[in-house]
Design a protein around this ligand. Structure first.
Ligand code: HPA
Length: 269
């Protein structure tokens, strides 16, 4: 495993040596064009599987943004697509070996907390893992991190302060909440959403948590921004659809792009 990770990192190093990576989620793949960008499809990087979800591109770009070299992953791998947990976290581990110090994750989510509306941008403060697996299961990769990594401050408090500061400066409303990850691909039932709310979840989605666990294991600092694309099941009065999720994602993409462009040069890397 370490060998194929190192191979992928060496391949990516030919594109540059970014210390910041951004992972763009459902419907958000186009929000971050870079200067002088070099792109490769996932399929060309050894060990990277190609994504299958509609609305996901599956490419990696390295370029400059506000004077900072960044890697942008457009599209991601979800458990519901059939990938193994190891495959899902492979890119994040390769970025860690490449020398990435901060990863900014974005995703689409359903809003559970009172007061959330489609289109809201929410900084993830913490997560609840209801995926039913942990990507670190199996022999520990000692070269990446410890057997039992701490998750107390998985979503870096200093980075969150910076993100709030940048959002305030741009007049962008940025809320904060707890993200609960489910396996998908079916959306939740209203009873599940009531249960998740009782557990302390503000947002529900089908991604991000495995990658965050793997990033923290490898000592990479994490910031995660969720775009609420719909009210969660039973809160919305209409059935949920993937089209709705992609549509709201697209509409909020410009604002998210503005936030990321201002935020990335401010990250302490
Ligand atoms: N549930 C799960 N995942 C999601 C949702 C949702 O309501 N919206 C966007 N991703």
């Amino acid at each position: 495993m370490m060998e194929s990770l190192r191979e992928a990192a060496d391949f990516l190093r030919k594109l540059g040596e970014p210390r910041v990576a951004v992972v763009l989620g459902s419907g958000l793949g186009d929000v971050l064009p870079l200067e002088d960008e070099r792109t490769v499809p996932f399929a060309e990087v050894s060990g990277f599987p190609a994504p299958t979800a509609p609305g996901h591109k599956g490419e990696i770009a390295v370029g400059r943004l506000g004077g900072v070299e960044v890697l942008v992953q457009r599209g991601r791998l979800h458990y519901y697509e059939g990938y193994s947990p190891e495959e899902i976290v492979f890119p994040v581990r390769a970025y860690a070996l490449l020398g990435v110090k901060v990863i900014v994750f974005t995703n689409a989510s359903g809003g559970i907390a009172e007061g959330l509306a489609p289109g809201d941008l929410v900084l993830i403060r913490d997560h609840i893992n209801m995926l039913g697996f942990n990507p670190l299961r199996g022999p520990n990769l000692d070269e990446l991190g410890p057997r039992f990594p701490d998750m107390t401050q998985a979503y870096d408090p200093e980075l969150r302060r910076i993100a709030h500061d940048v959002a305030r400066g741009l007049g962008i409303e940025l809320r904060e909440g707890v993200y609960l990850a489910t396996m998908g691909p079916s959306y939740e039932t209203p009873a599940e959403i009531r249960a998740f709310r009782a557990l302390g979840a503000d947002l529900v989605g089908m991604s991000t948590v495995p990658e965050v666990i793997a990033a923290r294991h490898a000592g990479v600092r994490v910031l995660a921004i969720s775009c609420v694309t719909n009210l969660a099941a039973g809160i919305a009065r209409h059935p949920l659809s993937h089209e709705e999720v992609l549509e709201i994602g697209k509409r909020k993409a410009a604002e998210l792009g503005r936030l990321l462009r201002a935020l990335i040069p401010r990250l302490p890397v």
